[in-house]
Design a protein. Structure first.
Lengths: 554, 80
């Protein structure tokens, strides 16, 4: 609806009346602007969500769970057998042990706790910590390594596997690049400032680059002020203790990242966990907190803060932000949103989940994010009202003790952010955001059609593909590498024990051909390893029928 | 062609067995141990079935005949 008080050819009031009369005549709009009819996509005006929110968390058939437990059972039995042989000297021990003189002391290395690491993880360890030797763009080069003693030690053959398609790096907008033109400003800053800061923010480590970056981040997010830190993990773990303390309540999502959990535990506040993305659970906790207060003294909580993430990296699910904001306003709690994976990756112009849901950044009290994922750099930020950021500048552990961000990295973030915002004069940033959206939707749609079980929201660029059985984790990663595709597989303890998965990170730098190569490889591998458990698959391989069979009937 | 596709199918089934029971991850001597154990168990089950199943089936057959017809061979005497 156009601004009703716009001046039109100098006839201000006349235009205003006419417009109103027209609208009232057509009967669609009431006087205060609420539409009667439904908006597009069947979402009426009363709901909080402006577009469809589709998430999948399909359960596999029962036999899959049975086989998974069977696999773990066999692995455990053989683990006990190997431990027995190691304890009785029938086999060489490769793990750390105490010296002979210290055998009677209290044990330094708790043997049983590492049972899983020793007996299951070691067997498939060659799929992790693979050293790469190029920039982690859409393709990278891998150093080949072999093992002679079943993954206890590795040695490099010296060969380099070239152009492995990268489906594991958090390179959402494709800013991890070595193009000389793109990195021109970064090289200039490198030559001007060098690489080391050698100081903390509060001493002599605040450069004009940091001030410029913070102003840019605040403008990008649409908030009053921002502060940047050198490390993303440290941003969470060092700043949450500055914001909350004893006598405060933290309500944290079940599947929050370790940095949030560590920050919450370090703060000394009481922590209560609500079920993942479950608003009922959160509301119950809030009501209990307000009604009953602190555990023994029954006093009111000093602060109640809700910790959520924008996109959860193991599930690919997006937070239900509109509902959480309405809950927070109703019960007067604070909201801390960790947009590590969602900044730059979702939203029409890449400004994160706040823009994705069409909300205002004033609704969220503390906006936190990292520059590692979408901006091809390192570090994190906290943004919000000016009072909050000024408080953090003096009270955060990171500001007092941690070295500040180094200037070339700050310049990389500045140039990437300017590109996304369009301030460098091109539409390249917007194109990247759109390309990421297209790639995400294409990749997810094709995987659903093929019949794999995929978790998460349809718009999230993190795509977890469920593998379930421990034997398939190793087989999947090795065979994908043979086909020249690098994937990240995750098992226990990062995921629940029965739900091991392969996690793909779609990037704006992936071309359609690369995605098709990956999808064809996945199709083949899915048939060979029998991974297509989904019961809701649409047509796989819509065959192109050639209409050469004409049945002529007499 | 049929033999080839049959062999491929059997190979695929063997791969599935390896993946599901984690024998894909085992070292060769562990695999030997595991397969020996499995094959021994299977052979014992089959041998037991071979010995006892005919006897069980004939006993069950007689039981059901007795239940339904109530005509035991011994009760019917041929009087000459």
């Amino acid at each position: 609806m156009a601004n009703p008080s716009a001046v039109c050819n100098g006839h201000l009031h006349h235009h205003h009346h006419q417009k109103q009369n027209n609208l009232l005549k057509s009967g669609i709009y009431k006087k205060n602007g609420i539409t009667k009819g439904t908006k597009k996509n069947g979402i009426s005006n009363g709901t909080l969500y402006k577009k469809k929110f589709v998430e999948h968390f399909e359960q596999a058939p029962m036999y899959v769970a049975v086989f998974t437990f069977l696999g773990f059972g066999v692995g455990t039995i053989f683990g006990y057998l190997r431990d027995f042989m190691r304890a009785w000297g029938l086999e060489k021990r490769n793990v750390a042990t105490e010296r002979e003189q210290q055998k009677d002391f209290v044990p330094l290395y708790q043997d049983f706790e590492n049972f899983y690491t020793r007996n299951l993880y070691m067997r498939i360890r060659d799929n992790w910590n693979r050293p790469i030797c190029s920039v982690p763009g859409p393709q990278f080069d891998l150093m080949e390594r072999v093992t002679d003693d079943y993954n206890w030690t590795f040695r490099f053959t010296g060969r380099i596997i070239k152009n492995v398609i990268n489906m594991g790096s958090y390179n959402y907008l494709g800013f991890a690049e070595t193009d000389v033109n793109a990195l021109k400003t970064v090289t200039v800053e490198l030559q001007k400032y060098g690489t080391g800061i050698c100081s903390t923010r509060q001493e002599m480590g605040t450069l004009d680059k940091h001030v410029e970056l913070e102003k840019l981040v605040a403008k990008f997010l649409g908030v009053e002020d921002a502060m940047v830190f050198g490390m993303g993990f440290a941003t969470n773990s060092m700043n949450i203790p500055a914001l909350v303390g004893k006598g405060c309540l933290i309500l944290s999502d079940e599947l929050n990242h370790t940095s949030l959990v560590l920050g919450a535990r370090l703060s000394g506040a009481t922590i209560r966990i609500f079920k993942h993305n479950n608003i009922q659970s959160l509301e119950n906790l809030l009501r209990d907190a307000i009604i009953y207060g602190q555990p023994r003294s029954r006093r009111a909580w000093r602060k109640i803060i809700i910790l959520v993430e924008g996109i959860y990296s193991m599930e690919g699910s997006i937070v239900r932000l509109p509902e959480i904001v309405s809950l927070k306003k109703k019960y007067k709690a604070y909201l801390y949103l960790d947009e590590a994976h969602s900044i730059g990756a979702v939203g029409a112009t890449g400004r994160g989940v706040v823009e994705y849901f069409g909300m205002s950044p004033d609704d969220v009290d503390v906006l936190m994010g990292t520059f590692t994922k979408s901006f091809g750099a390192a570090g994190g930020y906290i943004a919000g009202k000016k009072d909050l950021v000024d408080f953090l500048r003096t009270h955060s552990h990171s500001a007092v003790y941690a070295t500040s961000m180094c200037p070339p990295v700050a310049e990389q973030i500045i140039r990437a952010m300017k590109c996304v915002m369009g301030l460098d004069g091109t539409t390249q940033g917007l194109q990247r955001v759109r390309q990421l959206g297209k790639n995400t939707r294409y990749f997810r749609r094709r995987l659903h059609e093929m019949g794999f079980i995929i978790y998460g929201n349809d718009d999230s660029p993190v795509v977890p593909l469920l593998l379930y059985m421990p034997g398939k984790i190793g087989a999947f990663a090795r065979r994908m590498l043979e086909k020249n595709i690098g994937v990240v597989v995750v098992g226990f303890p990062a995921t629940p024990i029965t739900e091991s998965r392969a996690r793909f990170c779609v990037s704006a730098a992936h071309t359609r051909e690369m995605l098709d190569t990956v999808l064809n490889a996945l199709d083949e591998l899915g048939d060979f390893l029998h991974l297509k458990y989904s019961r809701y698959s649409k047509s796989s391989h819509p065959e192109l029928y050639e209409e050469t069979r004409l049945e002529l009937e007499d | 062609m049929d033999i080839k596709s049959m062999k491929n199918y059997l190979y695929w089934l063997y791969c599935q067995f390896e993946l599901i029971t984690c024998s894909y991850l085992m070292e060769p001597w562990e695999k030997l141990l595991f397969y020996t154990f499995n094959v021994t168990m299977l052979v014992m089950v089959l041998y037991t079935a071979y010995i006892f199943v005919p006897v069980h089936i004939s006993t069950a057959f007689q039981f059901f005949l007795h239940l339904l017809g109530n005509q035991h061979e011994n009760t019917v005497s041929v009087v000459k």
